[in-house]
Design a protein around this ligand. Structure first.
Ligand code: COA
Length: 266
């Protein structure tokens, strides 16, 4: 038996989710709330996630994942039951949206289709983005790793964001970079807040390049130049009976063949 308090809270959450869709989606302005409730995939996914997340927190086995899987099949929006989603969350259109296990989403966040809040590999622990309040993430944007998107920021469609995003900024492109911070274009030497200079890494890179060049130079055979010492031709000197390479008075130049053991035993 459901407690009256729980029913009242659930109804108020449904009303708020429908109102969010109506205010955030221009196509929903003139649509009646019941129609939005029946046909808006973003609303369905959010309601399903609320149930799955509550069951997950209550440590109910299997059911949270089943609810998430059914919701994904219907809406194309995959939200892991453990993901934390705030109030006023809205996914417009749905389809191809993935929200990972350790993702955290603040209040009044909007996502368009094809957004991924994912991890970068097989790391465990906190590995998905944290999205603060009032953030909008454009269609196809990929936010990867345990990064933080500051409140009030916008992420452009199809951006790939792997670094923290300052609050109230607009980040676009691949790799994502800020084109507006607090409403202004970033300018001057500190314009790129994401890729700050790292002198130690630069020095290590320079040393590694130098070592590589030296190794390559050491492996190369020395070029034959005019400065090389002249090679004396080895030829017998007439009348001395000397072997090639052995001149009169220079027995030390006799070849191994002539100084080795006598094959005849002599
Ligand atoms: C990122 C976005 C929110 C920016 O909106 P904005 O605050 O009005 O900013 P602007 O349009 O002034 O753009 C700022 C700069 O970023 C560039 N830019 C905007 N969106 C971009 C994107 N997705 N990719 C690359 N560059 C982009 C603009 O060309 C502009 O560059 P400039 O400063 O050199 O002129 C918006 O462009 C966007 O991508 N929204 C997503 C909408 C969406 O997914 N809709 C799907 C509906 S189905």
């Amino acid at each position: 038996m459901l407690a009256p308090g729980l029913i009242a809270r659930t109804l108020s959450e449904i009303r708020r989710d429908v109102a969010t869709a109506r205010s955030r989606d221009p196509a929903a302005q003139d649509v009646r709330p019941l129609e939005i409730l029946a046909t808006w995939p973003g609303v369905h996914a959010l309601l399903a996630h609320r149930v799955a997340h509550a069951l997950h927190n209550a440590r109910v086995p299997l059911l949270p994942r089943v609810i998430a899987a059914v919701s994904r099949a219907i809406t194309g929006i995959e939200i892991h039951p453990a993901a934390k989603v705030g109030n006023g969350f809205f996914v417009d259109h749905g389809m191809g949206v993935v929200i990972g296990e350790t993702a955290e989403i603040g209040d009044d966040v909007t996502l368009y289709q094809g957004v991924t809040l994912g991890g970068t590999g097989f790391a465990t622990g906190k590995r998905h983005p944290t999205v603060q309040d009032n953030v909008t993430i454009g269609s196809g944007a990929k936010l990867l790793g345990p990064i933080t998107v500051g409140h009030g920021s916008k992420i452009g469609a199809n951006s790939v964001v792997i670094h923290d995003v300052p609050p109230n900024s607009t980040v676009v492109g691949n790799p994502g970079h800020p084109v507006r911070i607090e409403g202004r274009r970033p300018e001057g030497p500190d314009a790129d807040w994401v890729h700050l200079p790292d002198p130690i890494a630069d020095a290590i890179k320079a040393l590694a390049g130098r070592i590589e060049a030296l190794e390559a130079a050491a492996e190369e055979p020395a070029p034959a130049t005019g400065d090389q010492p002249a090679v004396r031709p080895l030829r017998p000197v007439a009348g001395t009976g000397a072997e090639p390479g052995e001149e009169a008075g220079q027995p030390g130049l006799r070849s191994n063949r002539s100084t080795g053991p006598n094959p005849a035993g002599g």
